[in-house]
Design a protein around this ligand. Sequence first.
Ligand SMILES: Cc1cc2nc3c(=O)[nH]c(=O)nc-3n(C[C@H](O)[C@H](O)[C@H](O)COP(=O)(O)OP(=O)(O)OC[C@H]3O[C@@H](n4cnc5c(N)ncnc54)[C@H](O)[C@@H]3O)c2cc1C
Length: 402
Amino acid sequence: MVAPAVALAAASAASRRSWRRLFRWRAPGSRAPCRPVCTARGLPGGNEYDLLVIGGGSGGLACAKEAADFGKKVAIMDYVVPSPRGTSWGLGGTCVNVGCIPKKLMHQAALLGGALEDAHHYGWDVAPSAPHNWQQMATAVQNHIKSLNWGHRVQLQERNVKYFNIHGSFVDDHTVRGFTKAGKETLVTADHIVLATGGRPRYPEDVEGAKEYGITSDDLFWLKKSPGKTLVVGASYVSLECAGFLTGFGLDTTVMMRSIPLRGFDQQMALLVTDYMESHGTKFLKYCTMRKLEKFEDQRLQVTWHNHEVGREETGVFDTVMWAVGRVPETRHLNLEKVGVTLHPDSQKILVSASEATSVAHIYAIGDITESSQHLRCTSYCHCGVSCGSHSRPGVTSQGGW
Ligand SMILES: Cc1cc2nc3c(=O)[nH]c(=O)nc-3n(C[C@H](O)[C@H](O)[C@H](O)COP(=O)(O)OP(=O)(O)OC[C@H]3O[C@@H](n4cnc5c(N)ncnc54)[C@H](O)[C@@H]3O)c2cc1C
């Protein structure tokens, strides 16, 4: 195990180095003034915090904690807008609450079912197929998540990071306003601001009943009762992972895909994945696109889709329909136009340099909300790293033509 240990140590050192680069704080006079008036704090009169992080997910929490460890005065804002179904959760973002963590726990639950079936062949005196109890598993998973939410709050407190449970948006380039659940307004000012607001699942715009009757991965992990016979729409990794563990629980599970599975991944591997899933009981509706969702009185859903292979409309009845058709970056509510942070014209993600700098000096972005500007054509890119004037970068057009 020496090699992994060395790799881990190296990765950790590299990560600390890159954080140091990100937080190479400006000493007074150490750099040409970046604005007409530029104090040690970047603003006349100074700001309340050295750093404000918007978004308390994997990226935002790591950033806030590291900056506090460097002795900086740090605040973090995190607020979860409930899903259309009304599901919400605590501090920790997607991975902890509705992503990697519950996904892996449910995957493990499904694998245990498979192991139970195999066990008696290996001499274990256990019943081969016991029914799976969703409620029991979900309660355990949800309690574990709540303990992680609490753990993150404690870790912030231990580092004196101020936590605001508010939905932030820019008032000006150093001031962010948010409202608590009870509607109380809070203004926070900071020298540096890191945007780490992640993304949320996308709902299709053109499918009748999509939002009213469908759920997404934001809801699945918090369901109190089993989703039953499920149609998962999309062929993303989120779709296939969820369909995989649902099948593992013995639920009748179908994946509907428009074209190829796992677009952007190695297609030889992607087909191995779908073949394996099919051989383990997941059904696939290939070359199909959704038309509408209707609800029967008994709460089951009638689904209509177009099968492009045979050229006709088809229908089916399911207990649950889950959309896994991509994610939307959470840039819409930040009032970024006000401060001039440049977005990718198509993805609407924030364009960042290799050092996670946005188009505005002192504002950075990390995690799922970002798109590397290196993929765009660059005519004249400023490499100052932190600040250079008002930072509407030379060569950057409003169309994002870098
Ligand atoms: C089902 C699923 C499974 C996944 N599995 C894996 C996996 O196995 N491995 C892996 O590496 N990745 C996995 N991912 C991806 C991973 O979860 C994300 O890449 C990661 O969580 C992104 O972190 P982030 O900090 O960028 O954003 P997030 O974790 O999404 O955090 C953003 C936070 O900001 C908050 N926020 C948004 N706007 C505002 C605002 N205006 N004011 C205040 N707060 C705001 C949000 O509510 C959220 O809490 C999975 C994702 C999903 C959906």
